[in-house]
Design a protein around this ligand. Structure first.
Ligand SMILES: C[S@@+](CC[C@H](N)C(=O)[O-])C[C@H]1O[C@@H](n2cnc3c(N)ncnc32)[C@H](O)[C@@H]1O
Length: 334
């Protein structure tokens, strides 16, 4: 084992992480997220305090078959079997590990979001892609916008397995957007009549307005039917901008009944904290609560009950559907 590396186990984020083999380790996971938070906030960190948890191997939920088909200078191409008939190829970082050295690379240029999205496909993205591919009918003829797409597996799975009209993959990090464009080009033959684009969308107010003025959604669809968002509830400072962004997308065309599908693990109570922020900042948004969708029921049961390598409940991704409250019909007076 290289120095700094640790024995891997399934940890609280649905990824492999360090600690004693055979036991779950929410404490390890918590410290690792504290470290990530400090890095993202550009704080000085004494790495000696984190020496035992500074490498984490990123695993997946294995909802899709996965095969490495090519590797090159700093990248690998991985083929995901997103349905019996269809596979997608995603270009991603070579090493499916977060190391402290590379953590500093997650810091961003001034005007960019962090780089967590280009490291790997996070388990929530995989779970969301899986659920969407099982609900293909919901997307027929629809306009779909994914925010914080990272490598874009969920949006690409919709483009490849459903008859959506338009799928716009977005991220606030420029490198992620470039990678999304590469991934769209790699899979273009699979999309049929669905138009697929990648655009830079920052959740801040200014970012939203600029994006909406230029987006292909306004040009091609006029409104949004489905908003997708996987593993974007991880950093408290981002809760308000993310909430503002989702509210903005939910209100583009009030007649459409836009729904937002959020998929995320419950990292340190983030589920209810985020909904609280949403309640304070967005008007009239209803949420379904956080649930395990039926499509993931057996999988969730298997993953969380296997004694030695089980995921903690909190780390299994859950779905929450957001929509604007329907206007109550005014009572008629005769
Ligand atoms: C943990 S990653 C999740 C990526 C992907 N959805 C997945 O689950 O694999 C969080 C994503 O949010 C994006 N992000 C963070 N802050 C953002 C912001 N202010 N505006 C837009 N995107 C942002 C990052 O670039 C990153 O791709």
């Amino acid at each position: 084992m290289a120095s700094g590396e640790v024995v891997h186990q399934r940890g609280a984020e649905g990824v492999e992480c360090g600690g004693k083999e055979g036991s779950t380790s929410s404490a390890t996971s918590r410290r690792r997220w504290d470290l990530l938070r400090s890095v993202l906030l550009k704080k000085e960190v004494d790495l000696r305090e984190y020496a035992d948890i500074t490498t984490r191997t990123l695993a997946d939920l294995q909802l899709f078959s996965k095969e490495k088909i090519e590797s090159g200078d700093g990248y690998v191409k991985v083929r995901y079997g997103v349905s019996n008939a269809c596979s997608l190829t995603l270009k991603q970082s070579e090493e499916q590990k977060l190391k402290v050295k590379s953590l500093s690379e997650l810091r961003t240029r001034e005007s960019d979001a962090d780089r967590t999205g280009i490291v790997t496909v996070w388990p929530s993205e995989e779970a969301l892609g899986y659920v969407c591919s099982k609900r293909a009918g919901a997307f027929e003829g629809k306009v779909v916008v994914e925010v914080g797409s990272g490598l874009g597996l969920a949006g690409l799975a919709i483009a490849a397995t459903t008859k959506a009209k338009l799928v716009v993959l977005t991220d606030g990090n420029s490198d992620a957007v470039s990678r999304l464009r590469e991934n769209i080009a790699l899979n273009a033959a699979k999309f049929g009549d669905t138009v697929v684009r990648a655009e830079k969308l920052d959740w801040s107010d200014a970012g939203l307005r600029t994006w909406w003025d230029e987006t292909s959604v306004a040009e091609l669809g006029g409104g949004v039917d489905h908003v997708l968002c996987a593993d974007c509830i991880y950093h408290k400072e981002l809760f308000r901008p993310l909430s503002g962004c989702l509210d903005f997308l939910l209100t583009r065309d009030q007649q459409r009944g836009t729904e937002c599908w959020l998929m995320c693990p419950n990292r340190h109570g983030g589920h209810s904290l985020f909904l609280q922020v949403l309640g304070e900042t967005a008007e009239d948004v209803e949420d379904s609560g956080w649930t395990i969708p039926p499509e993931l029921g057996d999988h969730h049961h298997q993953k969380t009950t296997r004694e030695s390598r089980g995921l903690e409940e909190a780390s299994y991704p859950r779905l929450c559907v957001l929509a604007k409250k329907k206007e109550k019909k005014k009572k008629k007076h005769y």
